[in-house]
Write a protein that binds this ligand. Structure first.
Ligand code: MG
Length: 423
């Protein structure tokens, strides 16, 4: 290939090719040589998404360079990651630690650091929205794995990102699927707005471990049962949210903000195999879906490597030598009231989604601690929504206040003995 014109080689159109030995198969070891090295900060690096993000970064040293790490609690693993990747910009939880920043201010400092190009927000729960906004305001690329950030403050975060031309790169598998499906459909580089001609976005849901559990047995579900997800391996909060389908509800709100589509154009479809990660239906009735083995490294890698589908040797693939069955069914909102509550909170707008998210986070904590039962989670969330005084256009401070108030209420309700009244 030495005869390629240098200009084309420099532009990355033609690079030295290595023959694989098989007729017609050429392997190109540096497929996207023209992309600049992306300097990455990972917030929430010791969690499930965080550790998998580090695997993806390690697999592409020519594309990604880890420069900052933040964790809430696991200092041992954080230090180990810092040694392995030779990272000195660290943030650890809320208490002072040697050579590390702390708290929300520390997260925001990492997210806006001049050495950082892209921030992966993989913190759990409410801890993500302030550094997300800080990163957007600093003009960084943002890969968003924390759905609560958009649920709580979507009206601020999504609008600012759009105004500043920052693409919020979704890491959530469903939103990554939709993002991949709308590529080439008239979507510009500077925003994620779903193109005209989209009739519906269809978010798939595995249905969780209790998809077929009778309503009468739901109250007796234990944390251990709820933590055993049939298809995805994830952190505790998102696994419980998947069992209650609150996760799908939060994802509906997330999709509303990410793709700027009204709630009428969003639907949830239960798909137990978790092979179709989501679908886009167009006005002409044609559907695009993104499929693959459920492995979070795929959407993580797409978010980091966008717009490229980078090679990754270790990733499992769909085995077409075996018969594949794909099932779809509508969700049962009677058995999974969290899904209904999330739709309602999303449609009501204002600070209702923030109430939903905060109440759910506290209710899940109470369930994992054994203070309330499985069906106590939606009851606590419903009570918090009913107690909320509507605010039409909440700003940062209002959301922070609503978040704190809701948490205090839910903790108190979860502690008080006896059945939980609704409303
Ligand atoms: Mg998801």
């Amino acid at each position: 290939m030495a005869g390629n014109p240098p200009i084309l080689r420099r532009l990355g159109y033609l690079t030295p090719l290595r023959h694989t030995g098989r007729i017609g198969r050429m392997e190109n070891p540096t497929r996207f040589p023209d992309r600049p090295l992306l300097r990455i900060a990972v917030l929430g690096s010791t969690g499930s998404i965080g550790t998998q993000t580090l695997d993806v970064i390690a697999a592409h040293p020519d594309r990604f360079h880890l420069v900052a790490l933040a964790a809430a609690r696991n200092e041992t693993l954080l230090r180990e990651q810092a040694r392995r990747f030779n990272v000195s910009l660290l943030c650890l939880g809320e208490t002072e630690a040697r050579g590390a920043l702390t708290g929300t201010d520390g997260l925001c400092e990492l997210a806006t650091h001049p050495d950082v190009d892209l921030v992966v927000v993989a913190t759990t729960g409410a801890a993500g929205w302030e550094p997300t906004l800080a990163a957007i305001r600093a003009g960084k690329h943002v890969a968003l794995a924390n759905k609560e950030a958009l649920v709580m403050a979507g009206s601020i975060i999504a609008v600012e990102a759009r105004e500043r031309g920052v693409v919020l790169r979704p890491v959530d598998s469903e939103h990554s699927a939709i993002w991949q499906c709308i590529q080439g459909e008239g979507v510009g580089d500077s925003h994620l707005t779903a193109p005209r001609g989209v009739r519906r976005l269809l978010l798939t849901a595995s249905g969780g471990p209790f998809r077929n559990t009778p309503l009468a047995e739901m109250a007796a579900v234990t944390p251990r049962q709820a933590l055993a997800h049939p298809t995805w391996t994830m952190g505790a909060k998102v696994t419980i949210d998947s069992a209650t389908l609150m996760n799908k509800g939060l994802e509906v709100i997330e999709a509303h903000w990410l793709f700027d589509v009204p709630y009428e154009k969003l639907e949830v479809v239960v798909h137990p195999q978790s092979i179709v990660h989501s679908m886009v239906e167009f006005e002409d009735g044609s559907l695009k879906a993104q499929l693959g083995v459920p492995d979070m490294r795929v959407p993580i890698q797409y978010a980091l490597g966008y717009p490229d589908h980078l090679p990754y040797g270790d990733l499992p693939r769909l085995d077409w030598e075996r018969a594949q069955t794909l099932e779809f069914q509508p969700p049962d909102v009677d058995r999974f009231p969290c899904l209904r509550l999330a739709w309602e909170a999303g449609r009501l707008g204002g600070a209702y989604p923030a109430v939903l998210s905060a109440a759910d986070e506290e209710a899940v904590c109470a369930f994992l601690a054994g203070t309330v039962g499985f069906t106590g989670i939606p009851r606590l969330v419903e009570r918090a929504l009913a107690a909320h005084q509507p605010i039409s256009q909440p700003d940062f401070e209002a959301i922070r206040l609503v978040d704190a108030e809701t948490r205090a209420h839910v903790r108190e309700w979860a502690r008080s003995p006896g059945p939980l009244p609704v409303g």
